[in-house]
Design a protein around this ligand. Sequence first.
Ligand code: FRU
Length: 530
Amino acid sequence: MNSMAKKILQLVLLLIFLGCKNVSDNAAKDHPTSNQEELLYRPNFHFTPQKNWMNDPNGMFYHEGLYHLFFQHYPDKNVWGPMHWGHAVSDDLIKWTEKPIALYPDEKGYIFSGSAVVDSANTSGFGENGRIPIVAMFTYHDPKGEKEQTLYYQTQGLAYSLDNGNTWTKYSQNPVIANPGLRDFRDPKMFWSTEYKKWLMVLSAYDKTLFFESNNLKEWKFLSEFGKGVGAHGGIWECPDFFPMTVKGIGEKKWVLLQSLNEGAPNGGSGTQYFVGDFDGKTFKLDSIFSNSLTKEEALWIDYGRDNYAGVTWSNIPSSDGRKLFIGWMSNWDYAKVVPTQGWRSTMTIPRELALVKNENGYQILSKPIRELAAQTKLRHSYDRIKIEKNQHWSLDVNTLARAKIDFTIDKRENKLLRFILSNNEGDTLSFGYDDFKKAFFVDRKKLINHNFSKKYADKITTATRKSDKNTLSGTIILDKTSIESFYDAGETVLTEIFFPMKPFERLTITSEEHDLVLSSLDVYEIVLK
Ligand code: FRU
């Protein structure tokens, strides 16, 4: 080879090298997931996208043995951006398989949150050759309209699938609901009312919930509105859900409206309140047990922790199952965009079963982790009675605290402050429990080393007033690598929070403070995915 040819070859090799470097640099910029991050923060048994940004759960339905979960997704960056619907499926609500993106933004806008139903009777006419259509309604968010500050940039569009939710076609006549001149007009949640024999739909409009009806999913008639001046209103109402529930043990039928709200949650930022009342096919009325103007202080919340937002329920769960299954986005708009993961951002909660009860405090929703989780657990440590003398502590080394379920019961009379502490030898601690002086549950993530990525993330200890004054107190705590979901008093009070330890927690400590402390039982399970 002459020197000229050598030079050219060197140049070509250099260009190839630079080209490759460029590609991998870009990839690193978009998805700089390191092995370390995967090991430390990729949840063991909670859904998280393979890459980049996720927020609200969308369009969940059950069909032919599979639970479908769609989600607000920006597949190109790890921050919020042009919204797509990502897609995942599971046959047990725990192990998820991510599928190709279901809906892409188009010239009408980004694809914001919404819902999906199985249109078994083909009321929409989208079905072909006997194939059942699955119909999704989402909000089109037109970023140009938003910039121009028109009021009309959010409308509702439809898409349908004829292959069980795998691929989707957008309806040619979109939008099906034009914007009537309302701000923040979004997040339609549809369902078939067996009682009224029609499709019903709720969507949020800034400070209220709007109710609609339809016979064919394409033409929608406005029915009524609810919520102005009722409940918590510190920010924008988003992502509603509406469904009938039978009160456990009584058989009474009530209607429940879930209404997410950002800002204005009890511990700051995003949260989901709920209302219990009656619906006559047209109008929703708060039950008379509640004061008409239900203040923020009186509002009921699905979760008092800071990280359960925009949660809604699955549609088309067979009546033989009959459960109300819920999942939420395990983050908070106060800091979601800066949580310290690079390769992906955000996780969903563990799916939960909701039940409605009526007790001395009125109507209440109880949440508990789906029963499918029990099949994935192995009992590792079990104690019948643990007594901790005043100002002492009790500790257990557990190497599975990043995939654990802890059940405990206490006889509250002698116990004033129950504090569980998770710790590692890097100096991280996360504490949670119940303070009977304040009559409140708490989660304290201020003592994790990595808590300064946002001023709002650990600005205070999260608390939730206990509703029950029963003597015994029980709790179920679900721990994954970066999350704690605590369910107290059979799910009457729930606190869900995320955290980012330097290393997995290795030790569970229980402290007693001014008084002796007695736990009646403590069971520590490992979640072993089977
Ligand atoms: C709630 C929300 C929805 C909206 C979506 C956009 O978190 O603001 O109201 O549809 O996120 O991603």
